[in-house]
Design a binder for this molecule. Structure first.
Ligand code: C2O
Ligand code: CU
Ligand code: CU
Length: 494
């Protein structure tokens, strides 16, 4: 039997109860009839003013040093009226506080793990930090203990990074329970006019039970990645920002969901991409819509040219779904901008050139990583596996040995029925090309990235170089897939 057929047949029996749950959720879908909310459904208020993310205050008084404390602990959030939701927060908030530092800074952040009975770590996603400061699963911070992460932000490292837990076997859960935050590294001299502002929008995905709690993940969640019922922006559902017409605004979009693919467009407001995960592009690129797979970031300039309403909403994107209950992808309003009749103050134009991006030389090594999925029956039931080169993650196994400073070509081959956003720790890479059905396509621009979507049936080739020695993780950033084995370790040797 074809594997796809086997999967479908094997799942049919197990998924009956999940299908029923998914069906119930469809009935409870908000936005259909707000007047009479179906009984038991949690209704999230929409249309509140967009709140700024809280900021992590710098406690150092030495210039060039960023010093602070991040405490992970249980707290409650009020998503729906009258319901307290137990979540995990950094310093009491979810998303965690926005960290903003400058190229050249030294960072010393003490992490206090106050999550009951669970180890955690803080991983600095995308950042050029030493391997032993990067919050790997091999370096857990036990419950009730503290550890200080310290690293220097090199010149040229300005970009839109983030931070989240990475403990062995618990990453997916700790992230959907609320632990993730943005870490922006600013350049010393910014080519983007300051008049455009700099607004960080962190997208997270919430599933709320009728009693306000976060339900445990189901079999469907483990297979597809956990997709929630409400996409939140900085913790709010469809918040509103008011701007004068003619405003150009700089946004940093973060996909901090466990598993939701976001294809987005701003109706009536042209978008221009100016940056990716690892900072600015060479030149601005106009975009009608954008695809942000889990863990990816984009920096954009949006022009609000005419008075009225501009809505950021989702478009359809088929990322491959197993079993029943594929969530509605399209037509969700995530964020609303009211463009007032008042004209904006004139602002300088966006420069044509943003910064140079160096090209890699010829690779010294080529490697191939093949994604497959498996399902096995055992005594306790069925187990889904997501594999790289035929193997599931083993925390004690080094999969690849690399040499610091050497350019490598990585070929990521997706032989599964789902898209997988591929991420490598410790460095930024450049995508060379995508290949699907024998057709090769080049990316629309050269860019620094740490996460790239590898669509089903696709091969992505990228160039990268690890400059710092030590073990680094590479994995699918659908966090449930990472947990089910789609991760490996590259040991970088000096
Ligand atoms: Cu966002 Cu292994 O990381
Ligand atoms: Cu990472
Ligand atoms: Cu995956």
């Amino acid at each position: 039997m074809h594997r796809r057929g086997f999967l479908a047949a094997g799942l049919a029996t197990v998924l009956v109860s999940q299908r029923a749950t998914a069906q119930m959720k469809m009935d409870n879908m908000p936005g259909m009839d707000m007047g009479a909310a179906p009984q038991g459904a949690a209704v999230l208020p929409e249309g509140e003013a967009l709140r700024d993310l809280s900021r992590l205050a710098n406690e150092a008084d030495t210039p060039g040093l960023f010093k602070a404390k991040l405490t992970a602990e249980s707290t409650t959030a009020r998503f729906a009226e009258g319901l307290d939701t137990p979540i995990l927060g950094y310093n009491g908030t979810s998303p965690g506080p926005l960290i903003e530092a400058v190229e050249g800074d030294r960072v010393e952040i003490t992490f206090a793990n106050r999550i009951a009975d669970e180890a955690s770590t803080i991983h600095w996603h995308g950042m050029p930090v030493p391997a032993d400061q990067d919050g790997n699963p091999m370096d857990p911070v036990a419950a009730g203990t503290d550890r200080t992460y310290s690293f220097d932000l090199p010149e040229g490292s300005a970009g839109s990074y983030w931070y989240h837990p990475h403990p062995h076997g618990k990453t997916a859960e700790q992230v959907y329970r609320g632990l993730a935050g943005a870490f922006v590294v600013k350049p010393k001299a910014d080519p983007i006019p300051a008049a455009y502002g700099d607004t960080v929008l962190v997208f997270t995905d919430l599933r709320l039970a009728a009693d306000g709690t976060l339900p445990d993940s189901t079999m469907t969640d483990l297979m597809n990645g956990r997709v929630g019922d409400h996409v939140l922006v900085n913790g709010q559902k469809n918040p509103v920002l008011t701007v004068p017409f003619g405003t150009k605004r700089r946004f940093r979009f973060y996909n901090a969901t466990n598993a939701r693919f976001l294809r987005l467009s701003f109706d009536g407001a042209p978008m221009t991409i100016i940056g990716t995960d690892g900072g600015l592009l060479e030149a601005p690129v106009a975009a009608d819509d954008i695809l942000l797979s889990p863990a990816e970031r984009l920096e954009l300039i949006v022009s609000f040219e005419k008075p009225g309403t501009a809505t950021l909403s989702t478009l359809d994107y088929d990322r491959g779904w197993m079993g029943a209950g594929r969530p509605a992808d399209a037509g969700l309003a995530l964020f609303t901008v009211n463009v007032s009749e008042t004209p904006a103050e004139p602002a300088p134009p966006l420069p044509d050139r943003l910064r140079p991006i160096a090209q890699f030389g010829a690779p010294a090594v080529s490697r191939r990583f093949v994604f497959t999925e498996t399902m096995t029956m055992n005594a306790t039931g069925m187990e889904m596996g997501f594999l790289i080169n035929g193997a599931a993650f083993d925390i004690k196994r080094v999969d690849v040995v690399a040499k610091a400073g050497q350019v490598e070509l990585w070929e990521i081959v997706n032989k599964t029925d789902m898209d997988h956003p591929f991420h490598v720790h410790g460095t930024q890479f450049q995508v060379v090309e995508h290949e699907r059905g024998g057709e090769i396509s080049k990316p629309a621009y050269r860019a620094w990235k740490d996460t790239v979507n590898v669509a089903r049936g696709e091969t992505v080739r990228l160039l990268l170089r690890q400059d710092r020695p030590g073990p680094r993780m590479y994995h699918c950033h659908i966090l449930e897939h990472e947990q089910l084995g789609m991760m490996g370790i590259v040991d970088v040797q000096a």
